[in-house]
Design a protein around this ligand. Structure first.
Ligand code: BGC
Length: 433
């Protein structure tokens, strides 16, 4: 395993230096592999047409970024196409409840300036991403700050709302210990950098700087759509100020920070998702029932229980279930890159021959994907006898990634993490050629 990572890293360094001149990514720890032939010597042995090869979308579900409607064409690209993600609504509800519970338990010290208003700020990941939208709604629902728009809670950013005049939210109220407190979303913003990358941690760090310098005393709680942005705000301001900060993903650094006052996070069971992402490809390549090693034990004994995932046939989607991680249980979540024990048995190489998979991470600088998801994938690829080529994108343009899918014929299967959820066709077009 270790040897493989080292040689992969060397290949990546090589690939990077070869492409350095023409590459605009500039992202700090890009795992960009450059041209695929840097690591692929023999190519795929199959004679299957690219359009018929197994395909899994993961982390960003093909969907309309304005309406959220699923892109059924992409999800049904061929008979071996699936999406793997997590249950966004269940997780969002958990995050909202976690924040509310914390406020209730710590009411004696939460209102820092004693004005009877519990003020929070919210870092939004990507206004066109269903998971981000769900998390914004979850927090607003739990705190009573949501207002209705088109039959659901409005998820628009408010900008600054220190005077409570925004139409996208309302002041909520919480009844705690016989007293009524007002809850106000003081500010929220999509954390997108000038180059277009969303869920951007550095942008969130800057935002908390701006917010705290103009109304810092009113901020009692910091909430973020993910830990990357949450930790950036925590490190820049709230840790020092002892303002509880809540994120999502249960990345290692965020879980460790709970000991230093980070309020909590949500595990989206990335250990189950990373397994499912590669497992559905393995099953399709083996030509076995898709449930093998998932709901049904495989020949090595791997199986998942129903409390960690759901499969929705009509959406062709597997969703891992979320768990709240707080001061009460964080010791159980200190290593987010550990394989999930019930699916950690090695497949036999004779019965499950090695296959080549092309897989991309949409943004090599994304904290969750680079520090949690990809290390997990790298642990599972060995167990499942898959030789995966990891391509790291810049998080900005689809072409930065699709340019590196120049020779799909070299691979047996594909795992795709899009930049924008409605751009599935830019990948499938390459497989249709
Ligand atoms: C994660 C975020 C990540 C995003 C990327 C989400 O599921 O929670 O941390 O930035 O995926 O698409």
């Amino acid at each position: 395993m270790r040897k493989k990572i080292i040689s992969l890293t060397m290949a990546l360094v090589l690939g990077l230096s070869l492409t350095a001149c023409g590459d605009d990514s500039g992202s700090k720890d890009s795992t960009s592999g450059g041209k695929s032939n840097a690591t692929s010597d023999q190519g795929s042995s199959s004679t299957v047409a690219n359009k018929d090869k197994p395909l899994v979308w993961f982390n960003r579900q093909p969907s309309n970024s304005s309406t959220g409607e699923l892109d059924q064409t992409a999800l049904n690209f061929n008979k071996d196409t699936y999406y793997v993600g997590f249950d966004a609504n269940q997780g969002a509800e958990l995050q909202g409840t976690m924040v509310k519970d914390y406020i209730e338990k710590n009411i004696d010290k939460i209102d820092r300036n004693g004005d009877g208003v519990i003020g929070y700020v919210l870092a939004i990941g990507d206004i066109g991403h269903n998971d981000s939208i769900a998390r914004t709604r979850g927090v607003r629902k739990a705190l009573g700050t949501g207002v209705e728009k088109d039959g659901d809670v409005n998820s628009d950013p408010v900008g600054t709302n220190t005077d409570g005049s925004s139409k996208a939210v309302q002041d909520g109220s919480l009844e705690i210990g016989g007293k009524t407190y007002k809850v106000r979303e003081l500010a929220s913003q999509e954390m997108k950098n000038s180059a277009g990358a969303t869920w951007d941690a550095a942008t969130a760090g800057n935002a908390i700087g701006t917010w705290s310098s103009s109304f810092g005393k009113e901020i009692d709680v910091v909430v973020s759509n993910n830990d990357g942005m949450g930790m950036s705000m925590f490190n820049a301001w709230s840790k020092e100020q002892k303002v509880p900060t809540f994120g999502y993903d249960a990345n290692n650094d965020a879980v460790a920070a709970i000991a230093d006052g980070y309020g909590g996070t949500i595990s989206q069971h990335a250990d189950v998702q990373a397994y499912l992402t590669l497992r559905v490809l393995r099953n399709a390549l083996d030509g076995v029932d898709i449930d093998t090693g998932i709901g049904t034990k495989d020949d090595a004994g791997n199986v998942l229980s129903e409390d960690v995932y759901v499969y929705k046939e009509d959406e062709r989607s597997y969703y891992a279930l979320n768990v709240a991680v707080t001061a009460d249980n964080y010791n159980d979540f200190t290593d987010s890159t550990k394989v999930y024990e019930p699916v950690s048995s090695q497949l036999d190489a004779g019965a499950h021959a090695s296959k080549k998979v092309w897989l991309n991470i949409y943004n090599a600088s994304d904290n969750f994907l680079s520090s949690t998801y990809q290390p997990l994938l790298q642990n599972y690829d060995d167990l499942l006898n898959l030789e995966v080529e990891y391509i790291g994108g810049d998080g900005q343009t689809e072409s930065n990634i699709t340019n590196r899918l120049g020779n799909p014929g070299q691979y047996d299967a594909f795992a795709i993490n899009m930049v924008k959820t409605d751009n599935a066709a830019s990948y499938t077009a390459l497989l249709n050629q």
